[in-house]
Design a protein around this ligand. Structure first.
Ligand SMILES: N[C@@H](CCC[C@H](N)C(=O)O)C(=O)O
Length: 293
C-alpha cells in the first residue's frame, strides 16, 4: 500500500465529503475504510466519500471513458454504494478545477447513474456549479406512507437514479430527530432502502426540506433529494413542465444552504448551487492500515 494518501474535504450546501484522489484506482476502499474516514470523531468526517478515479482505470466506468475522463466512485458514509449523489458530483467538479485538471465551463463526469454534464461558472459570476441531473422517474406501485412517531404522511416515490420518498408536511419539526431511518410502508416499496425528504412551503415555487439519507442519516443537504422535492412540488402545484411546455424552477432551502432546480419540458433537470473545497492534507498511513487491513 502507498504510504502517502492524499485527501481533501469539501462540501456542497454543507453536504460534506472526504475526497480521495486516486487517478489509477490504486487505493482499496472497502466499506469499513469508508466508514472510518467519514467518522466525525475518530476519522476525518463526512456524509460520504468521493473517490476520484480515471474512468479508464475503473471496471464500473471503463465503457464511459470515451465520454468522460473522470469517474465519481461515490460511497455513502456507512460504506454503502449509491447510484448517484447530486451535491457530490458538483463538489467532484470543484475538486477537478481546484487541482487544475479542468477549467471553468462544461465537463462530463462519469457516475454510476451515467455521464453527467457539469458547468462551473466563472468566479466573477459567483462560481456556482450546475449539474444536469437527467430525468426523474415515478415508479408505479402501491402508495407509499412515511411515518415519524404517531404521524403519517403519504409520500411520492421519485427516482433520481437513486430512490426518494417525498412527504409534504406542515412543520419540518414534525420529522423529529431523524436519527433513524423513518419507517415506510409497504416495506416492498424500497427493497434497497430510500432517502426520505420532508417538505414545507416557503412561497411560490419555493420550498424548504429536511432529509434522512440512506447510508448517512440526516444530512444538511441532498442534491438528488432537492431535485426529487422540486419535481414532486411541481406536480402537486400543477406546474408539470411537460404539460405546460415551459421550464419550471423551484428554490429549495436546506439546513445547509439553497439549491435552485429547473425542470425542462423534455424532463431534463438542472441543479445549481455552491461547491467548496475547505481543506487538504494527508491520511496517516498507519491509521489507514488499522481501518483497512
Ligand atoms: N447526498 C447525495 C445523495 C447521496 C446518496 C444517497 N444517500 C443514497 O443512498 O441514495 C446527493 O446530494 O444527492
Amino acid at each position: 500500500m502507498s504510504t502517502r494518501i492524499a485527501f481533501l474535504k469539501g462540501h456542497g450546501t454543507e453536504n460534506d465529503f472526504v475526497i480521495v484522489p486516486d487517478p489509477d484506482n490504486a487505493i482499496e476502499l472497502p466499506p469499513a475504510a469508508v466508514a472510518a474516514l467519514c467518522d466525525r470523531r475518530a476519522g476525518i468526517g463526512g456524509d460520504g466519500v468521493l473517490h476520484v478515479v480515471r474512468s479508464a482505470a475503473h471496471p464500473e466506468a471503463r465503457q464511459l471513458a470515451p465520454e468522460a475522463e473522470w469517474f465519481m466512485d461515490y460511497r455513502n458514509g456507512d460504506g454503502s454504494i449509491a447510484e448517484m449523489c447530486g451535491n457530490g458530483v458538483r463538489v467532484f467538479a470543484r475538486y477537478l478545477q481546484h487541482a487544475g485538471l479542468v477549467g471553468e465551463g462544461d465537463l462530463a463526469v462519469a457516475t454510476r447513474g451515467g455521464v453527467k454534464t457539469v458547468h462551473i461558472a466563472k468566479a466573477e459570476a459567483g462560481g456556482d456549479v450546475t449539474v444536469g441531473m437527467g430525468k426523474a422517474f415515478f415508479p408505479e406501485g402501491d402508495d407509499v406512507t412515511v411515518s415519524v412517531a404517531d404521524r403519517q404522511w403519504p409520500a411520492l416515490n421519485v427516482n433520481m437514479g437513486n430512490p426518494h420518498a417525498v412527504a409534504f408536511v406542515d412543520d419540518l419539526a414534525h420529522a423529529g430527530t431523524l436519527y433513524d431511518p423513518p419507517p415506510f410502508s409497504p416495506a416492498s416499496a424500497y427493497p434497497d432502502g430510500v432517502n426520505v425528504e420532508f417538505v414545507v412551503d416557503r412561497g411560490p415555487r419555493h420550498v424548504a426540506m429536511r432529509v434522512h439519507e440512506r447510508g448517512a442519516g440526516e444530512t444538511r443537504s441532498c442534491g438528488t433529494g432537492a431535485c426529487a422535492v422540486a419535481v414532486a412540488a411541481a406536480r402537486r402545484d400543477g406546474a408539470d413542465p411537460a404539460a405546460t411546455g415551459a421550464p419550471v424552477t423551484y428554490t429549495v432551502d436546506l439546513p445547509g444552504g439553497r439549491l435552485v432546480i429547473t425542470e425542462r419540458p423534455d424532463g431534463e433537470i438542472e441543479m445549481t448551487g455552491p461547491a467548496v473545497i475547505v481543506a487538504e492534507g494527508e491520511i496517516d498511513a498507519e491509521w489507514f492500515e488499522t481501518v483497512n487491513p
